[in-house]
Design a protein around this ligand. Sequence first.
Ligand code: ADP
Length: 260
Amino acid sequence: YRATVLLLDQTGGADRQYLLSFRDLTEAHRLERMRSDFVANASHELRTPLASLSGFIETLRGPARNDEAARDNFLEIMQKQAERMARLIDDLLSLSRIEMKAHIAVKDQVDLTTVLNHVADSMRPLAAGLDVVIEQDIDPGPIKVLGDRDELTQVFQNLVENACKYGQSGKRIIIDLKQNSEGVRATVQDFGPGIPDEHIPRLTERFYRVNVETSRAQKGTGLGLAIVKHILTRHRARLIVRSRVGEGSSFTVVFGPQRT
Ligand code: ADP
């Protein structure tokens, strides 16, 4: 705690008055700590592909100067590393844009049937490339929630992308949207390897990945679900994650009853 003492009455005399105020610094310290951890993690994540790029440049200018086969191979790896850095930067910028808007209330009526149908259509090429079929079980709309259309699109794009990436090829995923008197629920379900229980509470932490190798291979940055969490907080919506190892996972976004 930090205690601040203010002298209220400076006229002297016997009855001086003091105002004593305490402020809880643990929360402030925690936030500060989170911020500096984040900067350290982000720098590390960007440094890794950069170090690899520098290494390859050095090799190409030196030992591999005249080795054509090695050059093609190295250039391909370098391109992938550069793309990885670009993805990281895009995700970091996304996160910072969303954070800047965190205190501005969402105000548009967004029809989720349109958003989800649009996301399903736009993700089909990626799904097909991973040999995953997207199925839709979407109530006929409109199903409106108060929100920001672009941000909600990003939420469902991230969830569907994860379901496709981690849901295993040759399988299907289901996008489900339902409305009842308690509110609106949108679920993205996959039948992939599932997520062990101990990881679930940490999934929305920045840079948290259950399996770093798989995630890297799937072009993951570890920021997707952190972005989802930030957007949903601004929308006062909840994310419910259910998963069973060997059976699959479902990510449900729950919006409370909507005022119309
Ligand atoms: P990434 O960019 O690595 O995909 P996310 O923040 O979107 O990062 O997800 C964090 C981690 O959660 C992923 O790296 C992956 O290990 C795990 N994960 C997310 N969605 C699923 C899913 N549907 N099935 C299994 N694991 C998942």
